[in-house]
Design a protein around this ligand. Structure first.
Ligand code: HEC
Ligand code: HEC
Length: 355
């Protein structure tokens, strides 16, 4: 059945009538859910133009935790994408070089490999394109590709790790290969086996009655028209405020989303539908990071995207369902990083740039 048909059915109230709490009905809900969602695969997803090898992953792990990729030697990818706290920083918007506050909330790196493109506005095609951004962003790590390469080349252990990870290349220590190694590591940051995944692959008892009701509402009300696929989102772009644009306290006027990428007036305030995997771990919510309470975020989606004020019980049930999207967090061994040498460009002070 196509999504459009299902949504039409849902609106007609047919699904609600069909889906009550009994076990046979849980099976129907399971079939329905499998039309829209996919479980997180057990195998490491392939990435384009970058075979994922153990050598690359090991190097990528070191680089992910490597603060000397930043101008200050203080900030690593893990600063804002803390792998112990859901892969994000739990701040409204991120803080980077010189204590500057960035404009957007940090999304999680977990399962990012499944997103259609990276960033809230999808401006990076994939993870290797993405990884070059923060290293250079003035409000993040404030470094330059040349300085990063000089840093890595000054440390013999890194040179040999790049040689091993990129065999046969004449000059393997490059900014591009840094990004590829990080991408390979990130491809392994997936969180399988959540209760919802177990439900999708046939365990009817993996969700309790409230969670199943929440899933049913998620489909029935039409959340699923934007949040579907492996990541329950992250796979398409929509206006934030299809029906009713939230106020400036949640949707600040200055950030026009995909408009900044495509310069098309129709894409003002268009953002990528948030991937909802592990959503309970990654408050605060929305690109502005203005909402701390998941129930409130769900209620806002009801009014802004569906034009519907959801009842308290509906909000609670949907939120209970969203909590079943929390999977097994990747266990990552903290790497021991090689010592710098006299040739390593030294750290620079953390005053904001331009002061
Ligand atoms: C100062 C904080 C900060 C640092 C350091 C940082 N990031 Fe981010 N990251 C962010 C923010 C904020 C965004 C969202 C920006 C946007 O959408 O415009 C983001 C977005 C991402 C995304 C996209 C996820 C998605 O769902 O779209 C990935 C992947 C990512 N960062 C990986 C990295 C890697 C790899 C590094 C290290 C090379 C890094 N980040 C360093 C704050 C940071
Ligand atoms: C028309 C498309 C659309 C529909 C329908 C929709 N959403 Fe969203 N959702 C989005 C977009 C776009 C965003 C990103 C908003 C932003 O810019 O912060 C989002 C963000 C979210 C977030 C926050 C994600 C994060 O990481 O901060 C949650 C939670 C969410 N949606 C849940 C829901 C629920 C529950 C429903 C149904 C009641 C729903 N959505 C319906 C498009 C949609």
């Amino acid at each position: 059945m196509t999504s459009a048909k299902l949504i039409a059915l849902a609106t007609a109230g047919v699904l609600t009538a069909q889906l009550t709490a009994g076990p046979a009905v849980a099976d129907e809900l399971m079939d329905m859910a499998n039309e829209f969602f996919e479980p997180i695969p057990a195998t490491i997803p392939a990435v384009k133009d970058n075979p994922v090898t153990d050598e690359k992953v090991d190097l990528g792990r070191m680089l992910f935790f490597e603060p000397r990729l930043s101008r200050s030697w203080l900030i690593s990818c893990n600063t804002c994408h803390n792998l112990g706290t859901g892969g994000d920083d739990n701040l409204e918007t991120s803080i980077g070089h010189g204590w500057q506050k960035g404009p957007r909330n940090a999304p999680t790196v977990f399962n990012a490999v499944f997103n259609i493109a990276q960033f809230w506005d999808g401006r990076a095609e994939d993870l290797k394109a993405q990884a070059k951004g923060p290293v250079q962003a003035g409000v993040e790590m404030a470094n330059t590709p040349d300085r990063v390469v000089a840093t890595l080349k000054s440390i013999p252990e890194y040179v040999s790790l790049f040689e091993t990870a990129f065999p046969g290349e004449k000059d393997p220590v490059t900014f591009d290969n840094m990004a590829k190694a990080i991408e390979a590591f990130e491809a392994k940051l997936v969180t399988p086996n959540s209760p919802f995944d177990r439900f999708l692959v046939g365990d009817a008892t993996a969700l309790d009655a409230t969670e199943r009701q929440g899933l049913e509402l998620f489909i029935d009300k039409g959340c699923v028209s934007c949040h579907s696929g492996v990541n329950v989102g992250g796979n398409g772009y929509f206006p934030f405020g299809v029906v009713e644009r939230p106020g400036a306290e949640i949707l600040p006027a200055g950030d026009k989303g995909r408009f900044q990428v495509t310069k098309t007036a129709a894409e003002e305030y268009v953002f990528r539908a948030g991937p909802l995997r592990n959503i309970e771990l990654t408050a605060p919510y929305f690109h502005s990071g203005k909402v701390w309470d998941l129930e409130q975020a769900v209620a806002i989606m009801g009014t802004s995207q569906l034009g519907e004020e959801l009842g308290d019980d509906e909000v609670k049930a949907i939120t209970a369902f969203l909590r079943t999207l929390t999977g097994e967090q990747p266990e990552v061994e903290y790497p021991i990083l090689p010592l710098e040498t006299a040739d390593t460009p030294p750290p620079e002070a953390m005053e904001p740039l331009g002061q």
